[in-house]
Design a protein around this ligand. Structure first.
Ligand SMILES: Nc1ncnc2c1ncn2[C@@H]1O[C@H](COP(=O)(O)OP(=O)(O)OP(=O)(O)O)[C@@H](O)[C@H]1O
Ligand SMILES: [Mg+2]
Length: 272
């Protein structure tokens, strides 16, 4: 049995993310918060002698169950340090950027080398995606939501600028969404779950992008780095955010393994 020296944990509102190293290589694991006791059992088995560093909103709850001494780290410090570690490893430029973490909710930061500060956030995030999807279609499995959305068509649910400016030249690109869900009352034909879910993801993605682009403009940077589990396996959200960010004139990066940034930051704090 391998004996690990250190482990970093980010216990968020929805998912517990865990990072550790095996033969110098980063390893990742995640558990739903709803299965925290299973996570604790696994952690006790794998990391009986390790230094543990915990971050995230559910960190206190996890610590109580772990019932042993741990280190803790402020969530935003952990996240930003993990992001910089991943970016350096992926040869991404170290210029200042806006960081958008799409977790249960969405948090936005300005990051520049050793400095970072939170510039804002919104309640529209991965939790919104899950909640609205369930209310509108009764589907609550994340993978099923994304899979279904992939086949969807937003045309009869969302209203584009070109729908309003029918037959004339609009003052802004016609492909922009004029009103998310704004086409619903005009098209009363039965709607597929796939179409509804595509529009839910569109709403979340466009809202996140809009506020990120504004944060970038306000802070005088072009680059926006997106992280968070809401992008896991979710090419619909990813494509929406990437395309919409480019359309708005900024430079998007959806960071690979970005959902583990907090856990990596926590791990770095207890690794020597
Ligand atoms: N297996 C999964 N189960 C549930 N949600 C998932 C899963 N995979 C991805 N998600 C999406 O990821 C979101 C949670 O993202 P993330 O893990 O980054 O948030 P968190 O850290 O738990 O929350 P916060 O940072 O807001 O406290 C969910 O709301 C959902 O949209
Ligand atoms: Mg989080």
């Amino acid at each position: 049995l391998t004996s690990y020296k250190s482990v970093g944990i980010d216990a968020g509102g929805t998912l517990i993310k865990i990072a550790y190293k095996l033969d110098g290589e980063l390893q990742f694991r995640k558990f739903p918060v709803a299965e925290m006791t299973a996570a604790v059992t696994w952690l006790q088995e794998q990391f009986s002698d390790a230094e543990i560093c915990v971050t995230g909103g559910k960190g206190k709850q996890l610590h109580d169950l772990l019932d042993r001494p741990i280190h803790t780290l402020v969530e935003f410090d952990a996240t930003c340090s993990g992001v910089q570690y991943l970016m350096a490893g992926q040869q991404l430029p170290a210029d200042p950027f806006v960081l958008t973490n799409v977790g249960t909710g969405t948090s936005i930061h300005f990051v520049d080398k050793e400095r970072h500060h939170r510039v804002g956030g919104i309640g529209v995030g991965g939790g919104t995606l899950m909640g609205l999807s369930y209310l509108l279609t009764s589907i609550q499995d994340y993978a099923e939501i994304v899979e279904t959305a992939r086949r969807g068509n937003r045309q009869y649910i969302d209203l584009k600028v070109s729908d309003i400016y029918e037959g004339t030249v609009p003052p802004i690109p016609g492909d922009l969404t004029a009103s998310n869900f704004g086409n619903v009352l005009k098209h009363q034909e039965t709607r597929q779950n796939s179409d509804i879910l595509a529009s839910v993801i569109g709403l979340v993605g466009e809202t996140i992008t809009t506020i990120s682009v504004q944060a970038a403009t306000q802070n005088g940077v072009l680059s926006i780095v997106y992280i968070g589990s809401s992008f896991i396996g979710n090419d619909v959200l990813r494509d929406t955010v990437v395309n919409y960010t480019i359309l708005r004139g900024a430079l998007p990066t959806v960071l690979q393994n970005g959902e583990y940034s907090g856990a990596i930051g926590a791990l770095l704090a207890v690794s020597i």
